[in-house]
Design a protein around this ligand. Structure first.
Ligand SMILES: [Zn+2]
Length: 311
């Protein structure tokens, strides 16, 4: 193949993957004990205004029937509920971000997953970002997490005590990927890491799970017996301190747009080769980094306008 052809295929793959809407930067950003409210917008009705500026200022859910509206990376959320910040076997991290909101399906799902965690040797869940109170695009971090069906779970098990507010803002999750990025770090990776990812993947409500390619490689190597669940665990950039759970659209939310199912097969072996090529492991910074135009209200489903203006 011509090098230019290869470059084109690489670029196309990147675009496809980014369109799937799972960029999780900033997970390791620390929070603060004194979050400051954002200043009011001078022109909230400016049609060119980034929708993230509007949704990022909504601290409370829209008091409407619960609905995931649109696509994971282009939508919003009505009638969100909050995951309580403490449960028997879970704790919510980075409370200052106010992102422990979700569709009620997601909140119930996380409570059930947390209950199962100790049975596979995982002490409990540390829950990272879910969605904003009304979903929608965020001022920092993700391109997805917009419809209340995505959640990041730290690759650090919950400690045996209640974390302080300060710890929840300052603590860092565990990097489980080796320094050369080609495999997991055996000094931190445990069978329980696979146990909790497998437990989540086996839930019928789960549409996909995103992990770093090095983690996927380890799962492929270590999964014995039933390997059907590996199909749902997809490699993606980042996701080396946390894994990302994406639920299916709720059956009674016709305005929720599903994602194409993952390709057939377990996604192991040569399917992973591309992720470990030099171009992907050590990408050259582009001369002029492309800055995508932020989503405006006109880019989102019309129903998101009602979600935004609800009292
Ligand atoms: Zn995520």
């Amino acid at each position: 193949m011509q090098p230019t052809t290869i470059a084109k295929i690489l670029a196309a793959s990147v675009v496809t993957l980014l369109a799937a809407g799972c960029g999780d930067a900033w997970t390791q950003d620390k929070g603060t004990l004194n979050p400051q409210p954002l200043p009011p917008l001078a022109n909230p009705n400016d049609p060119k205004l980034a929708a993230r500026q509007l949704f990022g200022r909504k601290a409370k859910p829209a008091p409407l029937e619960a609905r995931a509206i649109g696509f994971y990376s282009k939508g919003c959320l009505a009638g969100a509920t909050a995951l309580p910040i403490n449960g028997q076997t879970w704790q919510v991290m980075r409370l200052s971000r106010n992102r422990n909101w979700g569709h009620p399906n997601l909140v119930r799902f996380l409570e059930r997953l947390a209950e199962k965690a100790p049975k596979v040797g995982w002490n409990g869940l540390l829950v990272g970002d879910m969605s904003q109170a009304r979903g929608g695009p965020m001022l920092t971090g993700h391109s997805s997490h917009q419809v209340g069906l995505d959640a990041d779970i730290w690759l650090t098990p919950m400690p045996d005590r209640e974390l302080s507010r300060e710890e929840r803002e300052e603590m860092s999750a565990t990097l489980v990927v080796r320094a050369d990025r080609k495999d997991v770090d055996p000094s931190v990776w445990t069978p329980a890491h696979m146990g909790i990812i497998k437990t989540a993947a086996k839930e019928p409500e789960v549409e996909r799970i995103f992990v770093n390619a090095a983690i996927k490689k380890a799962l492929c190597r270590e999964a014995k017996g039933d390997r059907n669940w590996l199909h749902k665990v997809r490699p993606f950039w980042g996701h080396d301190y946390h894994f990302h759970i994406r639920l299916r659209c709720p059956s009674d939310n016709p305005g929720c747009r599903p994602q194409e199912p993952p390709p057939v097969g377990d996604g192991c072996g040569s399917d992973l080769d591309w992720w470990f090529t030099d171009a992907v492991l050590h990408p050259k910074p582009p001369a002029a980094p492309a800055k995508p135009r932020p989503l405006t209200m006109a880019d989102l489903p019309a129903a998101c306008r009602q979600v935004l203006v609800a009292p």
